[in-house]
Design a protein. Structure first.
Length: 315
């Protein structure tokens, strides 16, 4: 019987391949959405709050939790609303959706409350990837109680064709007015990306073993799958990216990593933000795709070494 104050949730340990001792819990946010959080609690140097990207789920970061534990850190990772095993928000559960981007901050607060009640190792650090990087930047602006933050390919802008960029906001606003914004964004996949894409064509990783790891997870647990986002998600994401671009840099030590082969987020937006972040540091990974944490072994080792060293400098 669990001694946790939270209901126990499934954690597919055989798919996550995380360190021993992991557990998952159901959390309910202030606005009544159920999300799932996984905890790998051992870490003498503190706890890393890992904000994942769009379409992702806790098992995808089991190996990352092992890399962090090997360097002295406990890990908390969770399913954002609308993905993983968290509540799906539309009748079609394959469409990624959120009403307003600020809703993700309710998920953040629920996780912070859990961390406090479980008395996880202190201090806290923030590690985020892609969409999680946009949510993390807003959390920093809101004063989240972490010592330092590391960003992996943060979504501070969305990569899209140059001709489409001026029209994207208009198209999504029109869809909202016509009540069509819960439809999947045209041009995005109607299936789970790693199942619909061959390894040679993928834009996430150059490592075949990590690609197989991700593919096996969503094949054996179809409930983890997610396809393209709704027009409403795209609309609120574009609005949030613009709002974030106008924010002054929050007063936290920050390290950002980005692959030179990045094709998912807007690399130019990342370079602009880091150029204007006093004391902020940008580390580039040659030939790396979008997911540096799931890239070839040399990139993964460098990433987690840099992350642990950076966190260790800010206790």
């Amino acid at each position: 019987m669990s001694l946790s104050p939270f209901p126990t949730a499934p954690l597919f340990t055989g798919l996550a391949l995380g360190p021993e001792g992991g557990s998952a819990y159901w959390l309910t946010t202030r606005d009544g959405v159920r999300i799932r959080a996984a905890v790998w609690p051992e870490g003498q140097s503190g706890t890393v709050l890992l904000f994942s990207g769009r379409t992702e789920y806790v098992e995808k970061y089991g190996v990352a939790a092992g890399d962090l534990r090997a360097r002295g850190y406990a890990t908390v990772v969770f399913d954002w609303r609308g993905q993983g095993l968290a509540d799906r928000l539309l009748p079609d559960p394959m469409i990624g959706h959120v009403g307003e981007y600020q809703d993700y901050q309710h998920d953040v607060q629920a996780v912070l409350d859990m961390v406090d009640r479980l008395a996880l190792p202190q201090p806290l650090y923030l590690l985020s990837h892609s969409m999680g990087g946009a949510i993390a930047l807003r959390a920093l602006a809101n004063g989240i109680a972490v010592k330092a933050a590391v960003f992996s390919a943060p979504m501070w802008g969305i990569s899209m064709a140059a001709w489409l960029r001026p029209f994207a906001g208009v198209i999504t606003q029109i869809a909202k007015r016509l009540g069509q914004d819960q439809r999947r964004t045209p041009g995005t996949t109607q299936d789970c990306y790693v199942l619909a894409t061959d390894f040679v064509d993928n834009v996430l990783t150059k490592d075949p073993e990590m690609w197989a790891y991700m593919k096996r997870q969503v094949t054996e647990q179809p409930g983890l799958q997610l396809a393209g986002p709704s027009l409403a998600w795209l609309n609120t994401a574009l609005i949030e990216c613009h709002a974030l671009s106008l924010l002054p840099a929050p007063a936290y030590p920050v390290l950002t990593t980005l692959g030179t082969a990045e094709k998912v987020v807007d690399s130019a937006a990342v370079h602009r933000r880091m150029a204007g972040w006093p004391g902020g540091r940008l580390e580039m990974f040659d030939h790396a795709e979008h997911e540096v944490m799931m890239e070839i072994p040399a990139h993964r080792e460098r990433f987690f070494n840099l992350t642990a060293e950076f966190f260790g400098q800010h206790r």
